[in-house]
Design a binder for this molecule. Sequence first.
Ligand code: MN
Length: 172
Amino acid sequence: MSKRRFVIQKHDATNLHYDFRLEIGGVLVSWAVPKGLSTDPKDKRLAMQTEDHELEYLDFEGVIPEGYGAGTVMVWDIGTYRNLRSGKGGDQTGMEAALDEGLIEVWLEGKKLTGGYALKRIEDGSDPKWLVIKMDDEQADARRNPVSSEPDSALSGRSLEDIEAEAGPDDG
Ligand code: MN
């Protein structure tokens, strides 16, 4: 079972949100999750599918000066994932097929988040809406709230303010 990469970028744009991106078919398939991912299986977090991004964007941290997505971007979590619907014990559905079908189940190995996460499409069309839910496994923890308890970068340890300040006036 091959491991592919994922990232969750904290993005201080018009509204603060978390961009969850999975490497699928050579691009980063992306969802904007306003509240970020939870470790509590009881939480159903809205995830709005957005444009695919280039793989090079995976470890981008900095300031988008203007236009679409203007604001500060932090790598909030980063790591690898595997497809729980494929391989041993799975139904052998590949990631591309799972994406088309609207049901993704992945095991994340991040610095903050680990364990199974399900993404379920609830609305189709030009702006598909999904729910992202922590699967009920040994990594589930209703008391942990990493979005608030671990706010800083998984790559550099920096806060959004640090990243913005270090980008300097020429980039900002
Ligand atoms: Mn964004």
